[in-house]
Design a protein around this ligand. Structure first.
Ligand SMILES: CC(C)(COP(=O)(O)OP(=O)(O)OC[C@H]1O[C@@H](n2cnc3c(N)ncnc32)[C@H](O)[C@@H]1OP(=O)(O)O)[C@@H](O)C(=O)NCCC(=O)NCCS
Length: 99
């Protein structure tokens, strides 16, 4: 979407949206059916599984892996890997719910 920045060697799956002003840095792997919400910052080398929502304004530091079907809350700062099927939020992001 408008203002999104996608850097070199990024792979984006099918039915995935990179929303307004989001940035996805070098060598990220983004899965299928993912929503990268407005204003998010995805640092280099991040891997995001299928069916993930990265909430508005969240920041993911470099090299992190976000497991499939997880949700990163708006405004979160993710500094550690996130397993599948959980909701994380806050700074630094912590698990608040398991699905
Ligand atoms: C993280 C999220 C999924 C949690 O949703 P939820 O499970 O329905 O949580 P609730 O709304 O019931 O809130 C539960 C508590 O968490 C807090 N909370 C909710 N989202 C939060 C967030 N992103 N960061 C910090 N705290 C949050 C609420 O204030 C509430 O606190 P309280 O119990 O002290 O009142 C959701 O709030 C969120 O951030 N979604 C992303 C939305 C988004 O960016 N959409 C993009 C649209 S283009």
């Amino acid at each position: 979407m408008a203002g999104a920045v996608i850097q070199a060697l990024v792979t984006i799956g099918v039915n995935t949206i990179i929303n307004t002003r989001a940035s996805v840095d070098h060598e990220c792997l983004i899965g299928d059916h993912v929503h990268i919400a407005p204003g998010t910052t995805i640092s280099g080398g991040v891997k995001i599984g299928d069916n993930v929502l990265i909430g508005a304004g969240a920041t993911i530091i470099q090299g992190i892996h976000i497991g499939a079907s997880s949700i990163v809350g708006a405004g979160a700062a993710v500094t550690k890997d996130v397993r599948e099927g959980v909701i994380v939020m806050g700074i630094p992001a912590r698990v608040v719910k398991y699905s």
